[in-house]
Each structure stands twice: as structure tokens, then as C-alpha cells.
Design a protein around this ligand. Structure first.
Ligand SMILES: O=C(O)CCC(=O)C(=O)O
Ligand SMILES: [Fe+2]
Length: 126
């Protein structure tokens, strides 16, 4: 992550978050969101705002559609309007076995999938 973050965030960076994202049976899915919305100025700039945050999500258990693999709206980091709602047909699921990871700029929309029948664990670092 250090190599990638150093390249993407040219002025240097801080480790912002390191947290387990454990989702279990009966829990509601998280709404589709962009983490960069924590800093609205970057939402206003949309695709022209500077890259301010990058993330890695590591699967601690298998990520399948059934257990709520994170959904990502591919290409949403290039939208002109970051407040536009994504259409469900635009989602792709980050299906991957445990111990794999995916890396994203924090501009994309993403959400965990539907309520899982078993525990789904992820580790997020931003
Ligand atoms: O747990 C997930 O699938 C997504 C987590 C998330 O939204 C985040 O780490 O910011
Ligand atoms: Fe998030």
C-alpha cells in the first residue's frame, strides 16, 4: 500500500483508517457511498478534485455475491457529478477469495452487498 499511496498522493499521506468490516446475518447492507464525501470539497470538485485518499479492502473471508461482496461502481471516479445516484445495473461485485484484496481511489461509489447468510469479514485501510 505504501508504494501505491506514495505514487497517488504526491504530497505524502497519513494512515487514516484501519478497521475490520464484519457483516453478519440479519444486518442491513450499507448504503452506496463515496468515502470522500467526508470531505465535501472533494465531492464538489468531482473528477477534477485532487486525489485525496486511497483504500485497500482485504478479504478476511471469501467475498461472494451471497455473503455481501463489496459492490463498486466502476468508472464512477470519472463522473462529472459525484452526487448522482448510481443505477443498480452499474454495480460490479468484488468477488474474491479470502486473503485477496482490491485497491481503489476513494472516489468510486461502493457498498457492501445484501445481508449475508454467514459472517463476511473485510479489513479496510485508507
Ligand atoms: O465493507 C465493505 O464492503 C465496504 C466498506 C466501506 O464502505 C469502507 O471501508 O469504506
Ligand atoms: Fe466506505
Amino acid at each position: 500500500m505504501h508504494e501505491w499511496a506514495s505514487r497517488a498522493l504526491k504530497e505524502g499521506y497519513w494512515l487514516n483508517t484501519g478497521q475490520a468490516m464484519i457483516v453478519g446475518p440479519g444486518e442491513k447492507g450499507q448504503m452506496l457511498h463515496r468515502d470522500i464525501a467526508l470531505w465535501p470539497i472533494f465531492m464538489d470538485g468531482a473528477k477534477n478534485a485532487p486525489e485525496a485518499m486511497v483504500s485497500i479492502l482485504l478479504a478476511l473471508s471469501d467475498f461472494t455475491e451471497e455473503v455481501g461482496a463489496t459492490r463498486v461502481v466502476s468508472g464512477s471516479h470519472l463522473w462529472d457529478d459525484f452526487r448522482r445516484d448510481a443505477d443498480p445495473t452499474e454495480y460490479v461485485s468484488a468477488v474474491m477469495p479470502a486473503a485477496r484484496r482490491f485497491s481503489i481511489s476513494e472516489r468510486p461509489c461502493m457498498e457492501p452487498g445484501p445481508t449475508p447468510p454467514s459472517i463476511r469479514g473485510g479489513e479496510a485501510c485508507t
